[in-house]
Design a protein around this ligand. Structure first.
Ligand code: GDP
Ligand code: IMO
Ligand code: MG
Length: 445
């Protein structure tokens, strides 16, 4: 027996990059950019509800389950235990990337403790979303929620069992019976050929097996040998199952705490947390949205920012930067630094509203209410900042930004209380400003 692998190696270099709002903040671009400095890029929660867009020259990649780091040759990409995986979606994504010349199979490791999404999870979700007595969440219809329900209900099937034919046959039988009983109880007679699903999924299991391993061990060994890991969040903190606008959330731990449970890496090995936020804010799906711009300004942002879902194509709801919300997500994640994306989308505006406080029951507050009614009751207090009406798209040096754009960023930094360490001025890798001397620059190393 060898013990030396467990001796901790001291390095200050593993970071989390995650969404500070309701998702789609531009995490894909930022993870792709920063991953150059890391050896491993790991996802820790969610599934193919995520849509992370990376633009490299004339190529556009949309990563769903696979970490954005896969686009850099030789980097190890990890799908951690906290994810829910639809094997058909995973194979589709692998094949799509392979046709674009990415050597996915040699770079990707899939956790044997992640859970499997089956077609009946999507059916259960459809039923839940269309029940007349329930408010629809407006999910991505990928079976994410019902799969996490089975995980927490202790009847789910994990990848390790999925790729073991004997275990799979046995566990699938139990799970299928469970779903049939549920369908009977609700009087649903949607035809589902459970045997056909079993056969199809058994074939998919064969294709996934070579990539399956204990990714917690892989990650901890990598860290122990001095390698650097970047953890890539999906969704955003306001969609986190605990900290988001429940029940209008996803079913996983998108906030920084999710890294420990979803990757099997202890908090003592995480050295920095970066929050990604748009210079404004968007949301897809239902739920309260205090700073939503329901007028033609909202439409203008949607048009200029091309705010349509990367996965579902749904128009994103657009609104103004929300300081109390950002202060709240900074609190629960402990952001060391912020990345502000899509500054260029605001280039044409005469003035830009920023929500600086919430008015609740006539009193101004910076606190995020915990209840649904509390969030719905928020009246945003806006301050209007002058727009710069100058093109910032593609600017790569802070000094080259117009003064009013710099004032806008400084205002966000002062009010949120978090350093702005990086500014994105376009979807391409090189359309980025990293602030010299910032904490973010130090964390990138
Ligand atoms: P993610 O889910 O957080 O990775 O974000 P999405 O990929 O769903 O949405 C962000 C969109 O904005 C993508 O189409 C990106 O290519 C694009 N994008 C990212 N950063 C910028 C930026 O600074 N400016 C502009 N104009 N687009 C950006
Ligand atoms: P990325 O990683 C934005 C939203 C859905 C819905 C809610 C629950 O690209 O930022 P689910 O299918 O997860 O049960 O849906 O969460 N949602 C996202 N919104 N970006 C995402 O991912 C999202 N993933 C889920 O629209 O409101
Ligand atoms: Mg997205």
């Amino acid at each position: 027996m060898r013990y030396n692998k467990l001796v901790p190696h001291f390095n200050m270099s593993n970071i989390v990059v995650l969404g500070a709002q309701w998702g789609d903040e531009g995490k894909g671009k930022i993870v792709d950019l920063f991953s150059e400095r890391f050896d491993v890029v790991a996802r820790y929660q969610g599934g193919h509800n995520a849509g992370h867009t990376v633009r490299i020259g004339d190529k556009k990649f949309i990563l769903k389950l696979i970490p954005s780091g896969i686009l850099r040759p030789g980097k190890q990409a990890v799908i951690g235990n906290g994810l829910v995986i639809d094997p058909a979606a995973l194979i589709d994504e692998i094949e799509a990337l392979e046709t674009l010349g990415i050597d996915v199979r040699s770079q990707l490791a899939v956790s044997n403790r992640a859970h499997v999404i089956f077609p009946f999870h999507r059916i259960v979700e459809k039923i839940a979303e269309s029940r007349p007595d329930r408010v629809a969440i407006g999910t991505t219809s990928r079976g994410i929620g019902p799969c996490y329900e089975d995980k927490v209900g202790r009847r789910g099937i994990r990848i390790g069992e999925f790729v073991d034919p004997e275990s799979f046959a046995c566990l699938y039988g139990y799970l299928a019976e469970d779903k049939q009983a549920l369908a009977r109880a609700f009087g649903i007679d949607e035809p589902v050929d459970l045997q056909a699903i079993r056969q199809q999924y058994a074939q998919l299991a064969e294709r996934i097996r070579p990539m399956v391993c204990d990714t917690a061990a892989l990650l901890n060994n990598a860290i122990g040998s001095g390698k650097r890991v970047l953890f890539e969040g999906a969704q955003g903190t306001m969609l986190d199952i605990d900290h988001g606008t429940y029940p209008f959330v996803t079913s996983s731990s998108a906030a920084a705490g999710g890294v420990c449970t979803g990757a099997g890496v202890p908090p003592t090995k995480i050295h920095g947390v970066l929050g990604v936020s748009k210079a404004y804010i968007t949301r897809v799906g239902g739920g309260p949205f205090p700073t939503e711009a329901k007028d033609e300004m909202g439409e203008r942002i949607r048009k200029v920012g091309n705010e349509y879902g990367a996965v579902t194509g749904r128009p994103r709801r657009c609104g103004w930067f929300d300081v109390p919300l950002l202060r709240y997500t900074a609190m629960v994640n402990g952001f060391d630094s912020l990345v502000i994306t899509k500054l260029d989308v605001l280039d044409e505006l005469d003035d830009i509203p920023v929500c600086t406080a919430y008015r609740v029951d006539g009193r101004e507050s910076l606190e995020m209410p915990a209840t649904r009614r509390g969030v719905e009751a928020i009246e945003p207090v806006f301050e209007r900042l002058p727009g710069w009406r100058t093109r910032t798209a593609g600017v790569t040096r802070y000094e080259d930004l117009p003064v009013r754009a710099r004032n806008y960023l400084r205002f966000l930094q002062d009010r949120t209380g978090v350093e702005i360490g990086c500014i994105s001025t376009g979807p391409e890798r090189d359309q980025t400003i990293v602030m010299p001397g910032s904490k973010l620059e130090k964390l990138l190393g």
